[in-house]
Design a protein around this ligand. Structure first.
Ligand code: PAF
Length: 284
């Protein structure tokens, strides 16, 4: 595996591969790799001849009071893990390589960046859309793989790919969970031992919501599901719900009534500072 930090270097490498007729898969990450990321790499391997994983803690997608400075980083460990998964190139640019001193451009996906995490993290999705557009332009992959845990992010990336005519296949990969149901996330590292146990309440909320939907069926009011999820999470005093929302899988618009196209999206803060998200279809 080759480690590159310059845009010109990764461009030449991809060009070499292309000349040999090889296809390229991209797995964009912010590093501190876990099993969820590794499963994206395995998926990329099935789809493409060559794999690039990018590691870039994108400052543009962090708000002023968010965890940019403390975001977990561990390049040596990431490097070993990516190499074991058969990644061909690890692209790890510095901030200045991606955003020069006169940088001025932002990409915004108008509707899909609003609501849900967009409401709690203003500007976050503009940062994501911008960095993904840049990575797509730099690496020109045939396919890019993203986790479904970041459901809104995935919807927005699908939209920007269509809108900006990128000839890239966007592949969503199912959420990878710990044995007790907690969705894997680099931010789980911030949880204390006690909070780690409690954090499974989001998965419990999702499972209870599925049971209720199975009992009541299509057409049941969404707010019954949303209230059940909120109460399940907030039964733990350490957990504060940011949202529990039933949305349409494609538009991410709220739905008054639940259907088989409904996804329950969840976000909470644990002990005031660790923000976790989860989601899932209600029909299983
Ligand atoms: O999901 C992430 O890790 C990031 O939002 C992404 C897609 C790598 C963009 O910085």
């Amino acid at each position: 595996m080759i480690l590159l930090s310059k845009i010109s270097e990764i461009r030449s490498l991809v060009q070499e591969w292309r000349q040999k007729g090889e296809s390229v898969g991209l797995v964009p990450t912010m590093g501190y790799l876990h099993e969820g990321h590794l499963s994206l790499m395995r998926c990329a391997q099935k789809e493409c001849d060559r794999i690039v994983t990018s590691i870039f803690v994108n400052p543009m997608q962090f708000g002023p009071n968010e965890d940019l400075d403390n975001y977990p980083r561990s390049l040596e460990r990431d490097r070993e893990l990516a190499e074991k998964e058969g990644v061909d190139a690890l692209f790890c640019p510095q901030d200045g390589e991606m955003y020069g001193s006169n940088y001025q451009t932002t990409v915004r996906v108008q509707k899909l960046s609003q609501g849900l995490c967009g409401a709690d993290r203003p500007g976050h999705f503009d940062g994501v859309a911008t960095v993904i557009t840049k990575l797509f332009n730099i690496i020109t992959p045939d396919a890019a793989i993203f986790g479904e845990k970041d459901f809104q992010q995935l919807a927005l990336i699908r939209q920007l790919t269509l809108d900006l005519n990128f000839d890239i296949r966007i592949i969503g990969h199912p959420i990878v969970r710990e044995a007790d149901g907690l969705a894997m996330s680099s931010r789980n590292k911030y949880l204390s031992i006690e909070d780690r146990k409690i954090a499974t309440c989001m998965y419990t909320a999702l499972q209870k919501a599925r049971v209720l939907y199975r009992e009541k069926g299509e057409g049941m009011p969404s707010d019954e599901i949303e209230k059940l999820a909120k109460a399940t999470i907030e039964a733990n005093p350490q957990c504060a719900v940011e949202y529990t929302k039933v949305v349409h899988q494609l538009t991410l618009q709220s739905m008054e009534k639940v259907t088989d196209d409904s996804v329950l999206t969840l976000a909470m803060k644990v002990s005031g500072n660790v923000r976790l998200i989860d989601n899932g279809f209600l029909a299983l």
